[in-house]
Design a protein around this ligand. Structure first.
Ligand SMILES: [Zn+2]
Length: 147
């Protein structure tokens, strides 16, 4: 009887000692793997996938004649409304985490379009022969007319 009690107490003690270790391990790996935003984003992505799957199911059901056209358009509108809402939230979250990258890309696009318009401005046509002349050329290199 005494040995059983003793081993029980030892067991309880070991469990008590080990508990915070397990807890901290769990907490640590969870904290490392995902931030709050990432969990929210993953949740939104799951929602999006579910809605998209529902839309596919709905389309399949209509093809098979299980759903009437009225029901289909009503439910389809509902699903799409939900999908847009979720996608907007995902965009907003992606935007907040990679806002700098998006901004830089917008600037790059703007710069490129600016360069393109400069390039088209940089070329003139000779009013005499229609030859293309560089903007810094003083004379047409085809007919020699002053530009
Ligand atoms: Zn010319």
């Amino acid at each position: 009887m005494e040995t059983i009690l003793f081993s029980f107490i030892i067991g309880a003690c070991l469990f008590y000692i080990a508990q915070p270790y397990f807890k901290s391990q769990e907490g640590r790996s969870f904290g490392k793997k995902m931030s709050r935003g990432q969990i929210l984003l993953a949740d939104l992505e799951t929602q999006r996938d579910t809605i998209l799957a529902s839309i596919k199911d709905l389309e399949l059901d209509r093809e098979m004649g299980k759903v009437s056209d009225d029901d289909y358009s009503q439910m389809n509108a509902l699903f799409r409304h939900d999908a847009v809402g979720v996608l907007q939230q995902i965009d907003a979250m992606n935007g907040s985490s990679s806002g700098k990258a998006a901004k830089r890309k917008a600037v790059e696009t703007e710069l490129k379009s600016l360069q393109d318009s400069k390039k088209s401005q940089a070329k003139l046509t000779c009013h005499q022969c229609g030859n293309t002349v560089a903007i810094d050329d003083l004379f047409c290199n085809h007919c020699g007319t002053e530009v």
